[in-house]
Design a protein. Sequence first.
Length: 225
Amino acid sequence: MAERLPLAGFSVTIPHKQKVIRYLDAIDPLAKRIGAVNTVWRKAGRWRGANTDVAGVTTPLARVLRLQKSTVLIVGNGGAARGAAFALSDAGARVTLTGRNPDRVRALAKICGAEALAKEQLEGRHFDAVVHATPSACSRTWTSVSSTVRFRRTSCSTWSYNPLETALLRRAREQGKTAIPGLDMFIEQARGPVEIWTGETAPRSVMHKAAMEALSHEASGTPAK
């Protein structure tokens, strides 16, 4: 069907990041390892897939934390969590995974060399960074986890960018730690598709301004220009 539409590329979001792979002609090696694609484009008549979620995690975290040998807790086990787990493991971080589906958490931990824990096992654990990679910043998984984990040194981050201020970010700031808003992660992962589709460098500041304006209009109920 896509062949009949005037499409040169598109983004893929949950819950389709893994399922879309079966429809593609070629997948870049990292996306293949992760088992999830968030960017699709057509080149030479072939549909290709890549995963730019990895940059959404590693780029903001690397600004405030030395990733190698850092301890990172990832909450979630979907496409975003898979990208984060592989990216951070590849960067040398010691990754721990938790989520609502224990079987999926254990399966992901096994293939990316991470530790799998149930939320009950997180009591008293300390991490250098926490990445919240579930669809909702207010999910029951995070609500129960946020009261038990501690941030050892610097940072936490969340994929959620609406609202900008989440329970995770508030808790990090209460502990005097660096909080990375989901908008920063969203923009970093969005720069990859723009550069793939256009061949041009994606302007981070312009994208941030446009996103903030869109969120402002959404909050006020007025249409964006």
